[in-house]
Design a protein around this ligand. Sequence first.
Ligand code: DP6
Length: 379
Amino acid sequence: MSITVTCVAPVNIAVIKYWGKRDEDLILPINDSLSATLDTEHLCAKTTVRASPEFKENKIWLNGREESMDNPRLQNCLKEIMKRSQLSKDMESWKLHICSENNFPTAAGLASSAAGYACLAAALAKLYKVEGDISGIARAGSGSACRSVYGGFVRWYKGSDPTGIDSIAKPIAPASHWPDMRILVLVVNDSKKKVSSAIGMKRTLLTSEFLTYKAEKIIPKRIEQIQEAILKKDFETFAEHTMRDSNEMHAACLAAYPPCIYMNDTSHLIVELMHQYNSTSDRTKVAYSFDAGPNATLFLLEKDVAELLGILDHYLPPAVDNNLEYRKGISIEVTSPSQSLLQKINFPEQQPGKLKYIIHTQVGSGPKQLPDSEALKFH
Ligand code: DP6
């Protein structure tokens, strides 16, 4: 006897970043943030949860390896779910087995905790028949996860209640709202061990006054403007706010003491190349954003993807012996840039191999339940 639920949940990329907690234990942020949810077809977490009276203890496997259930964030998620469970007391006492995997390499350094905790919250909510908004449950696992419980463009309201009850995510536009928006994730070759976002944001808040200034003086206006730009599908305004917010997050990190450095030389080359490329046209064609690592996420319109991929291949070519599938996701024929375009771009061609691979994706919907036939196998 057992009950099983399997879900997939998306990755999200913030265009207005969450960086800094006003409450470490409850995971409450110092500012609102706003993100785009990515298509689960190309990037997602998949989680199977099973409850049974025969299980002796709770267990969890992440990407095939058994991990400890003692993780306080995992325990907080379970606690939040249990508060809202509608199962019988008897079934609530059944132990749980949890198995979760990403459909992209964890080593890629992409934010996997957001998709992972959103997926766990979605699967547990189905299992325990929890109704209503589950963003607070996902947030208990990882702040950014609360935005992955919805599709499209999502805003996490920081809230003001000390209990965190009003610190929840809400969708501002569905995945179908801006159909020609495309996203390229440039996975950068990097070997450096990074400071985790939890530690990095804590250090930044404690030692960089610029972070508080940004949260209080810059973000409140910027988030309203970018939300309006999304609703109006005004790409230029969207792009400028996206790039400025990313730059300002990394400026705050650099102003921490000791500094938190996430972008590497390749990241800075990407920034420079994208500004060069934008300056060759009378409209902004692409925006970049960087999280707590060197990888770039580019936002652009469908009509510009083929040309931009050509530009990337020209200036940041793949390694010659690249035996990975270099381009993943939505397939597209790349356009070689014209001589006249290349002449306008003032940027030196780089040695091959600075980028590991590129994922071409789009805005997608929130978590989905899958049939039991698609459940993950427990080890
Ligand atoms: C740079 O959500 O990973 O991706 O709440 O400590 O788990 P914790 O942090 P996390 O931080 C994400 C930071 C970011 C920006 C963002 O996604 O908003």
